[in-house]
Design a protein. Structure first.
Length: 389
């Protein structure tokens, strides 16, 4: 069994209007500070380490903006994790999400390297100053590019960049420029997401009021295909709906999520998954979402959990379809049959026919794989293939 640890750091300089993560500026009354938060994460780790079995292959500091945490607390937490799980891969992937202009140049990145971080994921989002402003990000386009250079100069040889497409007022040409501008930096990995307008966000409210117009589905699909073409022509593998990697640079941590691996999530709003010993399915857990509730619970020695559910039966089938089909490797039908029975596998095979006939999927070596245009419709395909779909 492969295993990973996710650590959520909730603070950000500003709250971006499209973001529905448990993140943002943290009110002073909570008493939140970087050293205290690291101590509470280590306390949670101590009380929950028994939940994670398997060989540790990745540690991921996400957020929020964990590059605001500082190298010392990050190193302290990482040491705690490494001590708690001595069975670990020699090439343990340790990722830090970074927002532009939150790390002090090359020296700042070197401190994170010395703390044990060996991969950074930088949230550039767009290379258009106008669009970046519309996202109300706390940095400029130049900050994003300079942050990449500083990380490279500090010796990071595994750098991922984030882009968003389908923004209000964004043309296909602008998406292409964004991709080309980032490719010019020669990153090791790119995550390119389409804008999802989430209810409960400021963008969600504006959209509901008819004042915000993200790209229509047809335009977004065309952008997605442009991105696929540009990225694969540049030698990147399109290995998951939103992710592209140079050879050997797939994200180990995220791949673990999509292949049924075990992970332990620490910090407010973090999710965990404990696979069933014989698979498929398992137990999913979610921590308290609000930072104040999390801090109070941990200070009082109470549980950080707010939800626990067993994934079995039809839910496990759906999850298996959802995670496998989003990856380029696709759905291995023999494994599906072993877990859920030959009758079920036959049903999936029949239900897949119309997607194969219309060019959205293909069979290759016993696997159902979505074509690039099918990947854009992955959710629809999963709904059509799931039990009762
Ligand atoms: S910086 Fe990232 S995590 Fe923080 S509010 Fe903006 S999008 Fe959300």
């Amino acid at each position: 069994m492969i295993a990973g640890v996710y650590i959520h750091y909730p603070a950000c300089l500003v709250k971006c209007p499209y973001c529905d993560f448990a993140s943002g500026p943290i009110p002073g009354r909570t008493g939140f500070n970087n050293a205290r938060y690291a101590g509470l994460i280590l306390r949670e780790l101590e009380s929950r380490r028994h939940e994670l079995r398997g060989r540790l292959i990745s540690v991921y500091f996400g957020g929020g903006t964990p590059s605001l945490w500082g190298a010392d607390p990050v190193g302290r937490v990482l040491n705690g994790v490494r001590t708690a799980f001595p069975d670990q891969a020699a090439a343990l992937e340790v990722t830090l999400e970074v927002n532009p202009a939150t790390v002090e140049g090359g020296a700042g990145f070197r401190s994170y390297r010395e703390a044990g971080v060996n991969r950074v994921s930088i949230g550039v989002q767009t290379t258009s100053a106008r669009l970046l402003q519309s996202l109300e990000r706390a940095h400029t386009v130049e900050d994003g590019l300079a942050t990449f250079q500083a990380a490279r100069e500090a010796g990071f040889d595994n750098i991922s960049l984030d882009l968003i497409f389908g923004l209000p007022g964004q043309s296909r040409g602008q998406v292409e420029r964004d991709v080309r501008n980032l490719l010019a930096l020669q990153p090791d990995h790119l995550s390119i997401y389409s804008l999802i307008v989430e209810p409960g966000t400021r963008f969600g409210a504006l959209h509901k009021a008819g004042k915000l117009h993200p790209a229509e589905a047809e335009a977004a699909a065309a952008m997605f295909m442009d991105i696929h073409r540009l990225m694969t022509a540049a030698g990147y593998e399109h290995y998951e709906i939103s992710n592209f990697a140079r050879p050997g640079k797939r994200a180990v941590h995220n791949t673990l999520y999509w292949t049924g691996g075990a992970y332990l999530g620490l910090g407010n709003s973090a999710h965990s998954f404990e696979p069933a010993p014989e698979g498929p399915g398992g137990v999913r857990r979610a921590n308290l979402r609000g930072i104040e509730r999390y801090l109070t619970a941990m200070e009082n020695g109470a549980s950080a959990l707010e939800m626990e559910e067993t994934i079995a039966g039809a839910a496990a089938q759906t999850e298996f379809l959802m995670t496998r089909l989003r990856m380029a490797g696709g759905l291995p039908l023999d494994e599906y049959a072993r877990f859920f029975g030959g009758l079920e596998a036959g049903r999936v095979r029949r239900a897949a026919t119309r997607w194969v006939d219309s060019g959205y999927a293909e069979w290759a070596g016993g696997r159902l794989r979505l074509t690039p245009s099918g990947l854009f419709l992955c959710d629809e395909v999963v709904v059509a293939l799931m039990p009762g779909g």
